[in-house]
Every structure is written in structure tokens, then in C-alpha cells.
Design a protein around this ligand. Structure first.
Ligand code: NAD
Length: 277
């Protein structure tokens, strides 16, 4: 098992590791000497990612199915040994007007983004608590502290993941197991394809989120917002009268990032992929 304070030698299991933030995190942790396993629902992309990353532990994973999650973690522990870190990263962001969102899409988004994280956290804890060591890192979002029209269900799931992770962290404060979350700003992966971001603040890169995960493993903390500036601006909204904060959201484009700011043709491939899972 890897020593505390270092990534080197740690066994890390990442859900949704075949692309985007999960993939960048796998790559970063491998570079830092971790023994990394990835699971993903997209078998074709998983196979490619496994080849590119050279990982030896991987399985098909659907985070909405507790048995599938258990098979993933059993496989990780068979191949690599006791899991030190579970990164609950898999998530989807179908966008559109709330009244028009098909029930199946709303349900699937909650199942993946929220219930998938709950399942992954519980299964990690049951393995880690008896050893009094381990770390659960959930990828929530700055959308968990804001309200973006066109992404109501997404924002709801991320607010819930934030609350869940903060609560579980308090529950297991003295257990020897750390519980953290990373809260990314708009990050350049397929998930934000065709969206406009905000004025005056560039999207961050998946490698920035990967660096935050690596930093948390070295020094566990309750939460990291990425970027720091985007995090500070998002947090500051809570102290403003809501009329002022909504005005700023409109002026800076944050409120239209998932509506008028979307280029449907650039987004279509992503929407098709996530609405099919
Ligand atoms: P992505 O689409 O690039 O990658 C997500 C991966 O999760 C894909 O490989 C996908 O196949 C996999 N996945 C989807 N459903 C799954 C399931 N049921 N079981 C297992 N794997 C599944 O997206 P990303 O931007 O890398 O997002 C990763 C996480 O980061 C998500 O939780 C997302 O909400 C969060 N996040 C992203 C951004 C952003 O702007 N990109 C911002 C904040 C938070």
C-alpha cells in the first residue's frame, strides 16, 4: 500500500475513466506512480483508453448497477490489491428546457450522477472502514453551487452530490477514511461540447482537475474548487442579494451558457451519446 502523503504506489479506481476528466486523472496518477484501474460504460472507448494508458485492471462498469460496481472493485482488488482511493467521476449532462426533458433522461441523469456516486461511496467505505484507511474522492461541480438554466437536472444532481459528500465526510471524520470532493468549473471535455462558457473566464482543462485529485491524495482536504478564481466567484454569489447575483449571471453569460449560448450542431454528438446510455 502507498504511504500517506504520496500518490506513488496507491491503488486508485476511477469510474468513467475512459475519457475526459477520468481519463486525464488516470494518466496523471499513473505518471505519479499510482496503480490505476478504470471502469466505464462505453466498452469501445474503454478498450482504447486501456491500450493508451497501459492499465492492467479495468472492467465494463455501469455505476447505476451496484453489482456492476462491486464486480469492478472486486476486480481491482484481485489484480492490484486493497483499493486506497475510489474516484467517483462518471457523470452525464444532457441539456435542454426542463419541461421538455424526457422522463427517462431525467431519471438516468439522477441515477448516474447522484445514485452512482452514492453507490460508489458506500462500496468504497465498506472496503476501507475495516482497514481504517482509504480515500473517497467525488467529482461534483461548481454547478453544485450555482443555477444554470438548461441544466436544471444536472445542477440538482450536483447540489445533491455536494451535500451527500459533505455529510458523509462529517459522519466518518474519525474513521481513518478521508472523504473529499473536487468541484470543477466548465472543463474542456465532450461534456461541454457546443456550450459557450462565461465571458472573461476561460474554461479549465481536464488536466487541471487531475492535478486537483492528485493534490487531494497527497494532502486530503474536504473540497477543492477548480479554478480557485471560478470557485471564489461562485462562492461570493451566496453573499449577494439574489437580484444582483442573477444580474451578474446574465451579464457574464453564465445564465445563458446552456441555453442561447449552445451551438446545437457542435453539441449533437455528445447529446446522442449520453441520451443512449
Ligand atoms: P465525459 O463525457 O468526457 O466523460 C465521462 C465518462 O463517464 C465517459 O467515458 C462515459 O462513458 C462515462 N460514463 C457515463 N455514464 C456512465 C455509467 N453509467 N457508468 C460508468 N461510466 C459512465 O465527461 P467529463 O467532463 O469528463 O465528466 C466527468 C465528471 O466531471 C462528471 O461527473 C461531470 O459531471 C463532472 N464535471 C464536468 C465538468 C465539465 O465542464 N466537463 C464540470 C464540472 C464537473
Amino acid at each position: 500500500m502507498g504511504r500517506a502523503g504520496t500518490v506513488h504506489g496507491k491503488v486508485v479506481a476511477i469510474s468513467g475513466g475512459a475519457r475526459g476528466i477520468g481519463y486525464a486523472t488516470a494518466r496523471r496518477l499513473i505518471d505519479d506512480g499510482a496503480r490505476v484501474a478504470i471502469g466505464d460504460i462505453d466498452d469501445e472507448r474503454l478498450k482504447e483508453a486501456v491500450g493508451e494508458l497501459g492499465v492492467t485492471a479495468y472492467t465494463h462498469l455501469d455505476v447505476t448497477d451496484p453489482d456492476s460496481f462491486a464486480r469492478f472493485l472486486d476486480h481491482v482488488e484481485d489484480v492490484l490489491g486493497p483499493v486506497d482511493v475510489v474516484v467517483n467521476n462518471a457523470g452525464i449532462m444532457p441539456l435542454g428546457a426542463s419541461a421538455e426533458e424526457p422522463d427517462a433522461v431525467s431519471r438516468r441523469e439522477v441515477e448516474i450522477n447522484l445514485l452512482g456516486v452514492i453507490t460508489g461511496t458506500k462500496q468504497a467505505l465498506t472496503r476501507m472502514l475495516p482497514r481504517r484507511s482509504g480515500h473517497v474522492i467525488n467529482i461534483s461541480s461548481l454547478a453544485g453551487e450555482s443555477y444554470v438554466p438548461g441544466g436544471a437536472t444536472y445542477c440538482a444532481t450536483k447540489h445533491a452530490v455536494k451535500a451527500y459528500t459533505e455529510t458523509v465526510r462529517r459522519e466518518y471524520r474519525n474513521s481513518g477514511v478521508s472523504v473529499s470532493q473536487v468541484m470543477p468549473f466548465f472543463t474542456n471535455t465532450e461534456l461541454v461540447a457546443g456550450t459557450s462558457g462565461t465571458k472573461g473566464m476561460r474554461n479549465v482543462e481536464p488536466e487541471d482537475i487531475a492535478a486537483a485529485v492528485a493534490g487531494l491524495i497527497v494532502r486530503p482536504r474536504p473540497r477543492v474548487r477548480v479554478s480557485k478564481l471560478a470557485g471564489a466567484i461562485t462562492q461570493s454569489q451566496a453573499f449577494l442579494p439574489s437580484r444582483v447575483s442573477e444580474y451578474l449571471g446574465r451579464v457574464l453569460g453564465a445564465e445563458s451558457a446552456f441555453t442561447a449560448g449552445v451551438d446545437p450542431s457542435a453539441r449533437q454528438a455528445y447529446e446522442d451519446r449520453v441520451r443512449a446510455v
